[in-house]
Design a protein around this ligand. Structure first.
Ligand SMILES: NC(=O)c1ccc[n+]([C@@H]2O[C@H](COP(=O)([O-])OP(=O)(O)OC[C@H]3O[C@@H](n4cnc5c(N)ncnc54)[C@H](OP(=O)(O)O)[C@@H]3O)[C@@H](O)[C@H]2O)c1
Length: 241
């Protein structure tokens, strides 16, 4: 087995996921670049390697059972275990998402990627994470999933959306359940909010860089033993539920 720490980041071909991969790689981790598109994945792996990162490509569509099973098999064959899983892949979904007019199919699609995709990937990789001495799981959430912020007048809550924002609330709730089930293991599982970052996801309207957005996830992916679990963080500390 490799002595290096092995990480897998989903949706790592661009945006915040790419920067998480780059940041973990710069800290000496070996990083699996999970991405569904062959060309975009190869390009990201080449760019990371050129920057000195020990990166490898992992074909991965989080909505596809066979793809996720094959991704887990690839990691097992190569390294026999996984130390860090960052569930970063996410979509906002089509518009409109105002609850009074949204097409339910849009909500299903968003939840399939942002919530069920995370469960599918996590459960496929859990047997490999259980073989690690310090397993870490980070789920990329958003402060728009905070019901406290959504219900606080003047809070930074993003556009009214029945799909995207509630999908992150759902992800938060599911992550708390994982943390409870895994409480007597050495697995730490937490949620990261990257802040509003300029990426494809929002047409580059964010005011932070993707690199800045990666910082909290990198911190949670490299927590020391005995660190928090089942919690939701942004740069400045905990995000209220
Ligand atoms: N940007 C922000 O301001 C912001 C704020 C809060 C939270 N977040 C969260 O941060 C995460 C990363 O967002 P981002 O801003 O970096 O977005 P992005 O630039 O649009 O990147 C999203 C990544 O997810 C991948 N992806 C989408 N669906 C997938 C699927 N079914 N299987 C595998 N990969 C899939 C995309 O791959 P393709 O290139 O193939 O589409 C891409 O690599 C998301 O979970 C997002 O909700 C972002």
């Amino acid at each position: 087995m490799s002595e290096r720490t092995i990480a897998l980041v989903t949706g790592a071909n661009k945006g915040i996921g790419y920067e998480i991969a780059a940041g973990l790689g710069a800290r000496g981790l070996t990083v699996g670049v999970g991405a569904r598109d062959d060309a975009r994945r190869d390009e990201a792996v080449a760019k990371l390697r050129a920057a000195g990162v020990d990166a490898f490509g992992v074909p991965l569509d989080v909505t596809d059972d066979a793809s996720v099973t094959a991704a887990a098999a690839l990691v097992e064959e190569r390294y026999g275990r996984l130390d860090v899983l960052v569930n970063n892949a996410g979509i906002t979904g089509d518009q409109p998402q105002e609850p009074t007019v949204v097409d339910p199919a849009i909500i299903r699609t968003v939840v399939e990627t942002n919530v069920i995709g995370v469960i599918r990937v996590t459960n496929a990789l859990l047997p490999l994470l259980r073989r690690s001495s310090s397993p870490r799981i980070v789920n990329m959430s958003s402060s728009v999933g905070s019901l406290t912020r959504q219900s606080t007048p003047g809070g930074e809550t993003g556009p009214i959306a029945a799909g995207y924002s509630p999908s992150k609330t759902f992800l938060n709730a599911v992550t708390v359940q994982y943390a409870k089930e895994l409480a007597d293991t050495n697995i730490l599982i937490n949620l990261a909010c990257p802040g509003y970052c300029a990426t494809d996801l929002n047409g580059y309207r964010g005011y932070r860089t993707a690199e800045q957005g990666a910082a909290t996830a990198i911190r949670l992916a490299t927590l020391p033993d005995g660190g928090p679990s089942g919690q939701f963080f942004e740069d400045d500390g905990p995000v209220p539920w």
